[in-house]
Ligand binder design. Structure first.
Ligand SMILES: [Mg+2]
Ligand SMILES: [Zn+2]
Length: 199
């Protein structure tokens, strides 16, 4: 059984452009490569869990999704990081043109279905795992699966102002991915984190 950090994609790993579908639009956010490398050094698996309702809406297809994912992997490899898995919800409950994908599912965040699916397929230990994301639904998803869940203010929210009205309080609010990774590392027993490495 393996400890894991579950990761939202858009706004957490890469810049959130609406319905990202072109590899040339992939821009990894600052501090992400460095933070991921540190988490992998600490023995965490890295697994993406991402809503991609653009599939249901007909805005992108499976090839687009794959191409973007390949580009994200390529850019992360510069940091010697390799993602261990990626799980996507292609559905939307109401909006869409692809008939099979317009439905209420259990994998669209804030539902925790993607985390459970990954945990079962990859034998991941949810008791030692964490969630990082940039939206309320990421926090709600992680917490529904029992994971300490960290909000990064690099995507939808640039500060923690809106959180005051949220039903789910993040376990930690991080200015960027490095801060999130550091919090996880220290919380899971690492004694110190070397701050001197440049991004
Ligand atoms: Mg996001
Ligand atoms: Zn789904």
């Amino acid at each position: 059984m393996t400890k894991t950090v579950f990761l939202d994609r858009d706004g957490t790993i890469n810049e959130d452009v609406n319905f990202l579908r072109r590899p040339e639009d992939v821009r990894i956010l600052p501090q992400v490569g460095r933070g991921m490398a540190m988490l992998q050094d600490c023995g965490f698996r890295l697994v993406v869990v991402s809503n991609q309702s653009g599939l249901a809406r007909g805005i992108l297809n499976e090839y687009d999704l794959f191409s973007v994912q390949q580009e994200i992997r390529r850019q992360l490899s510069v940091f010697s990081v390799s993602l261990d898995g990626a799980y996507f919800c292609p559905h939307h409950p109401t909006r869409g043109v692809v008939e099979d994908l317009v439905k209420t599912c259990s994998c669209r965040k804030p539902q925790p279905g993607l985390i459970y699916m990954a945990a079962e397929e990859m034998s991941l230990d949810l008791h030692q795992s964490f969630m990082i994301g940039d939206r309320l639904r990421d926090i709600a998803c992680g917490q529904a699966a029992g994971l300490p869940s960290i909000l990064v203010t690099t995507g939808r929210y640039q500060d923690d102002g809106p959180l005051r009205s949220w039903p789910n309080r993040p376990d930690y609010v991080a200015a960027d991915f490095w801060e999130a990774a550091r919090w996880i590392a220290l919380r899971s027993g690492k004694r110190e984190v070397n701050e001197s490495i440049d991004s």
